[in-house]
Design a protein. Structure first.
Ligand code: AMP
Ligand code: GLY
Length: 431
């Protein structure tokens, strides 16, 4: 089959790599992709936000499956455009993507489906916000209702900071604080059936020890040796089943990856958020360990036929991804800094360098007119992903390979996957 991956980040690179390993996948294409994806896929200069253009590209290359990676095109209805063109697409409709596109909608769905989650209030005025902050108490959790690339959430003990964040948003959701280690569960869904992948953990804060502002994710690992047996089954039963049923009832069946972000609290797993796509970098180690064919799985989901393929399987051992970010991230990012050492790092056994924000620029000063340099082109630039015998081994390998890569202003955490209990980003260190 031919697969078109829509997007340009680390998630799409990890997907393209895993798809290229599926013997049933003859060709991988990407729109627009990035320099790393270009090593395993044909790149097409098409705007991922333009549904008609994506559908036209899919038709012209004879794609059997389109996988829409990021949330922005999903929320904008790009999957609908592809589906209307009669092409199988893995990714929710615009209506179903509201599970991520609106925090208030997703809280409503959770409430109606009886999903265990934090108590919350949706607020539009400063008085409502103040009342909600007092009702739930500190630590305060204030979320911008709109899409904010993982950066619209403030968790703080400082009431003034919570009020100030709310004042900058049109509508916010104020929540009860959930205490416990976080984890991500990616569930491949066909609208009715959900198939969980192996859980992962994402380190969201910019600095070591879970300090500093939230980012889109600075590193991840899988599996989670500390997660109690039976947790995935519990989440499938208490969260995923009821949510898929409620989405069907609303006439917006969820086809794609339901990303369940959870906290393992004293009273069991509770949902922090839903996203409508794979998480990045959290899905990177998961895909590194996947041993069953990804193309077949995603196509079956897209075609409402998940029941016909076996459950996904994973290799023993573990995988770790360490993100290399550019100067200024997450507030800003730096473009055009020359990146060195990617080839060497990629050449290390069991290591993949995943591209997120990179581009190639002509570098004729080297004397070779065709010579090009890899440069930074975004906040998260690369991730170094390694597979090992266990989390510690994978982590050691990832950092050894990451040490080979340099660019001006490089930021990375030194403690990704270092805490086996996974409580690094936990309550004590937040805000
Ligand atoms: P979200 O965009 O909803 O995932 O929030 C970003 C991050 O804020 C999460 O990964 C958590 O670390 C934190 N967070 C969000 N909601 C809560 C909550 N109710 N309790 C504790 N931490 C939260
Ligand atoms: N790593 C968090 C996200 O993808 O939203």
């Amino acid at each position: 089959m031919k697969v078109l991956v829509v997007g340009a980040g680390g998630r799409e690179h990890a997907l393209a790599l895993a798809l290229s390993l599926d013997p049933a996948v003859a060709e991988v294409h990407a729109a627009p992709g990035n320099p790393g994806i270009g090593e395993v896929a044909s790149l097409h200069d098409v705007d991922p936000m333009d549904g008609a253009a994506v559908a036209a590209l899919a038709a012209s290359i004879g794609a059997d499956l389109v996988v829409v990676g990021p949330e922005a095109p999903l929320v904008a209805g790009v999957a609908d455009a592809v589906r209307e063109a009669g092409i199988s697409v893995f990714g929710p409709s615009r209506d179903a993507a509201r599970l991520e596109g609106s925090k208030a909608f997703s809280k409503d769905v959770m409430a109606r489906a009886g999903v265990p989650t934090a108590g919350s209030r949706t607020c539009t005025t400063a008085d409502e916000v103040a009342a909600a902050l007092d009702a739930f108490g500190a630590p305060h959790v204030v979320k911008d209702d709109a899409l904010a690339a993982g950066k619209g959430v403030v968790v703080t003990n400082d009431r003034d900071e919570a009020l100030a964040h709310a004042a900058g948003c049109e509508r916010v959701v104020v929540e009860e604080f959930l205490d416990g280690p976080e984890f991500s569960l990616f569930v491949v869904c066909d609208g009715e059936v959900g198939r969980p992948l192996q859980p992962a953990q994402d380190f969201k804060r910019i600095f070591d020890g879970g300090r500093g502002p939230n980012t889109g994710g600075m590193g991840s690992y899988s599996p989670l040796p500390w997660l109690p047996d039976g947790t995935v089954e519990l989440v499938m039963e208490q969260v995923v089943g009821p949510t898929l049923a409620e989405m069907r009832r609303l006439g917006a069946p969820f086809v794609g990856c339901l990303y369940v972000g959870l906290a393992l609290t004293a009273t069991g797993p509770r949902v922090i958020e839903f996203n409508c796509r794979f998480g990045d970098p959290d899905v990177q180690p998961v895909l590194a360990l996947l041993t069953s064919p990804l193309g077949e799985l995603l196509r079956a989901a897209a075609e409402g036929d998940l029941g016909s393929v076996p459950a996904p399987t994973f290799a023993d051992g573990a995988a770790v991804s360490v993100v290399l970010a550019s100067a200024g991230y997450p507030e800003t990012s730096s473009k055009g800094d020359v990146v060195r050492g990617v080839g060497r790092a990629n050449g290390v056994n069991d290591v993949d360098v995943i591209h997120a924000g990179t581009s190639l620029v002509d570098a004729p000063e080297d004397g070779d007119p065709g010579h090009r340099h890899l440069v930074t082109a975004g906040g998260r630039v690369l991730a170094v992903r390694a597979v090992g015998y266990d989390v510690e081994d994978a982590r050691t390998r990832a950092y050894a390979a990451a040490d080979l890569i340099t660019f001006d202003g490089l930021q990375r955490r030194s403690d990704i996957a270092a805490e086996p209990l996974g409580v690094v980003e936990g309550a004590a260190s937040r805000g």
